[in-house]
Design a protein around this ligand. Structure first.
Ligand code: SAM
Length: 325
């Protein structure tokens, strides 16, 4: 039985931020010194996350994605994966990571029951990667992608935020990489969220036009897994795919099936609205399963029909790491 919101959308997907900490400082997400960290005691403990997810599955959640901050910097993350994978209603358990620690963890994550990973990678050039992330090493991320494939965490999808004048000149290079390897790139329009500098996003339609100018018409592709907001295409004969997520230019709220749990235990009906249901205090005050499920349902009911980015409304002064990116 699923949970249906006020606009007849079935809510089946929970994104769980396990930490607000990150080992990178991407320019569009954070200031150079990072953001003020949530005090340790306010971060949900693993048993608390597991309880919320278990009750969520009783309400129709089938898909769970771990994110952050950077999920792989939280100690014991593999044990959380194992606990979540053991919940009978979790059919699809995934993670979004910057890939810096993925080579180290890929095999253990797969053994613990993680199904697949998305890796964020905004450039294919080492010097530019360092400039965008301030701290990262592209070699580590490439090692992580290779290790994830080897461990069977597939399909490995690569998330690329396209910014005009920063990395938009690499659209064709990313697409070319899909020709000879199972590289599944998804171009994401930068949203006006975060505490970094504002960039100028490249509309998905423009990215697609540039790829078609180089490679000819793209074919519609069907991913094996994934039911998110991306549209997928393939250069004829290519091993990989190119996807487009046009969060800003053409929102897909009518098909939104997700809730977000922040690292400090707030359930957010929409990334881009500041409505939140605070679960942590209730959990620690000894709330019953039934009452917690009611709070979960109230988040579903509070889901707005759509965000209003196009009209310039966005969460003020919050980084993705604080709102369950
Ligand atoms: N640390 C992990 C990672 O890098 O994948 C997970 C958290 S990170 C906040 C999740 C994704 O959000 C990354 O792909 C990142 O590029 C993206 N992101 C951050 N700020 C964004 C923005 N303003 N617009 C669009 N995507 C953004």
């Amino acid at each position: 039985m699923g949970c249906v919101d006020s606009f007849n959308r079935s809510i089946s997907y929970l994104r769980v931020s396990v930490t607000d900490r990150c080992n990178l400082r991407c320019q569009y997400c954070m200031p150079p010194g990072g953001v003020v960290s949530i005090p340790h005691e306010n971060i949900l403990r693993y048993e608390e996350i597991v309880r919320i997810v278990r009750l969520g599955t009783e309400l129709g959640i089938t898909k769970v994605r771990l994110t952050g901050g950077e999920p792989l910097v939280r100690a014991g993350i593999v044990s959380l994966v194992a606990m979540l994978a053991a919940i009978p209603g979790v059919d699809d358990l995934a993670m979004t990571t910057n890939g810096m620690l993925l080579a180290e963890y890929a095999r253990e994550l797969a053994s613990a029951g993680l199904n697949r990973v998305n890796v964020s990678l905004d450039t294919l050039r080492a010097d530019r990667f360092r400039a965008i992330t301030r701290l990262g090493s592209i070699q580590e991320v490439e090692r992580g992608i290779a290790a994830a494939r080897e461990a069977g965490l597939e399909p490995v999808k690569v998330n690329t935020v396209l910014m005009r004048g920063v990395n938009d000149d690499e659209v064709v290079d990313f697409a070319r990489r899909t020709l000879e390897e199972p590289f599944h790139v998804r171009f994401i329009e930068e949203m006006p969220v975060g505490l970094g500098g504002r960039m100028s996003f490249l509309p998905a339609s423009e990215a697609m036009a540039r790829i078609q100018a180089e490679f000819g018409p793209l074919e519609v592709a069907h991913q094996r897994k994934g039911n998110g907001p991306a549209s997928y295409y393939r250069i004829p004969g290519a091993q990989g795919t190119v996807g487009f997520i046009s969060a800003v230019s053409e929102h897909f709220c009518h098909q939104c099936n997700r809730l977000r749990l922040t690292a400090d235990g707030r359930l957010r009906p929409c990334l881009l609205s500041d409505a939140e249901i605070p679960l942590r205090e209730a959990l620690r005050a000894g709330i019953s399963d039934e009452a917690l499920k009611e709070m979960f349902v109230s988040a579903v009911i509070a889901k707005p029909e759509s965000h209003h980015l196009a009209e310039g409304n966005a969460p003020e002064g919050r980084s993705m790491s604080q709102i369950g990116g």
